[in-house]
Structure formats: C-alpha cells, structure tokens
Design a protein. Sequence first.
Length: 210
Amino acid sequence: METSTSGGGIFITFEGSEGCGKSTQIRLLAEAFRARGREPLVLREPGGTSAGEVIRHLLKHAPEGDALTPEAELLLFAASRAQLVREVIRPALASGRAVICDRFLDSTTVYQGVARRIPPEETAGINAFAVGGCLPDTTFLLDLDRAAALERLGARGEEADRIERESEEFFAAVRRGYLDAAAREPARIRVLDASEPPDVIAGKIVAAIF
Ligand code: T5A
C-alpha cells in the first residue's frame, strides 16, 4: 500500500472501544509482517515511553487519577502522545519501519472530545499540536456493540480501570463518535465488524495492507 509518511515507513493504528479485539489483531498483523521478513514496531497508547508509561498509570489506575478533570485528562493523553511521536514513532518511520500502534489521536477525538464533551475544535487543536504532522497512513476501526465487548472483558476476568467504569451512555457516545470519525475520513479509517472471528478480520486487514 502507498504510504504518506516520510522516510519509507508505514504507520498503522487500531481503534475501537475496550474489548473490541485491537490487541488480538495487532498480534496477527505483526505476525503477517514477520512472515514477509519485516519486524514491525508495536506500540500502545497511552504509554510506549518511560514518561508515557507513568502517565498511563495515572490515567488508568492511580487513585490520584480519580479527580482528573476532562481537560487535564485530555492534556495527559496528548503529552504521552507528543513524547511517543518524537522519541519513538518518527525515528522508526524515518528508518523505514512499519509502526503499529494500539490507539492514537482518534481515541482522544472520541473519548475526550465526544464522550467527555470537550469542544471538537479544542480537541483537534491539541491533537494537532501533540502529533506535529505525524498522522497514521491507515487506521482500522474495530466496531463492536457494547454487550459483546462486555462479555469479552468479563471473560478476561480483570478488574475494570478508571475509564472502563464509565456509564453505558459514555460508551454509546464512544461508538457513535468512532463511526462519525470514520465517515469524515473514509480514505484513512476502515471500519471492520469486530464480531467476526479473529482470522476473518485479520484476513481483511492483511488484504488492505499488503
Ligand atoms: N483512552 C486512550 C482515551 O480515553 N483517550 C486516548 O487518547 C487514548 C489513547 C486505554 C484506555 O485509555 C482510553 C481508552 C481506554 O479506556 P487499554 O488498557 O490500552 O486502555 O485498553 P484498550 O485499548 O481498551 O484495549 P483492551 O485490552 O481492553 O481490548 P482490545 O485490545 O481491544 O481487545 P483484545 O484483543 O484484548 O480482546 C479482548 C478479548 O476478546 C477476545 C480476546 O481473546 C480477549 O479475550 N477476542 C475475540 N473474541 C471473539 N471474536 C473476536 N474477533 C475476538 N477478538 C478478540
């Protein structure tokens, strides 16, 4: 596939609500790259740098995160991303690597912008500042209804983090926000039915990339 990013690398991101299968598909796509003789760089947001992992802990698990305002939450996600772009993603793309990231700026557009109701122009401005022009070549949105996602997360048996404890209304806004984002940018964001079996979804992703 043709890439827009400088340096010959390709930047692929995965988006969708909790439990939609991003990690599963990223693992399968990384295997597909390896089968073709390329070792991709796999990252996750928030996190992926030393500073980013500290921010991740604050945002997801630390008791101090409970009092965060939507604005402070947005800036922390943006700070983690700004560091990841400059410390890791840009150098990797410049050296020709494939970079696969679990969540990127669309998560902020949707979770902080749509679900936390921060005005879209403010969210877009901070996103643009954080990424400094480093945008995904392609994004896979794994669309799944909330009941199916909850069933998968329940089967995993892990304790819910701060954001996973949000209301059903919040997650309805997340799903709607993602589908609206995909409608605005159909050339970049491909919507996939995440209720299909993992190998079927992976086949569609591989066909789109190679
Ligand atoms: N956030 C993040 C913001 O609010 N703003 C931002 O800007 C950013 C970057 C990050 C949190 O931060 C928020 C969003 C999130 O709340 P996280 O811990 O990184 O959280 O977790 P998530 O991104 O939510 O990912 P999860 O690990 O919860 O889910 P995945 O990776 O989407 O799903 P996965 O692959 O682990 O699969 C879940 C289960 O389903 C099974 C798997 O085996 C697994 O058990 N499964 C399937 N089952 C049936 N059919 C399929 N097709 C399946 N695919 C997977």
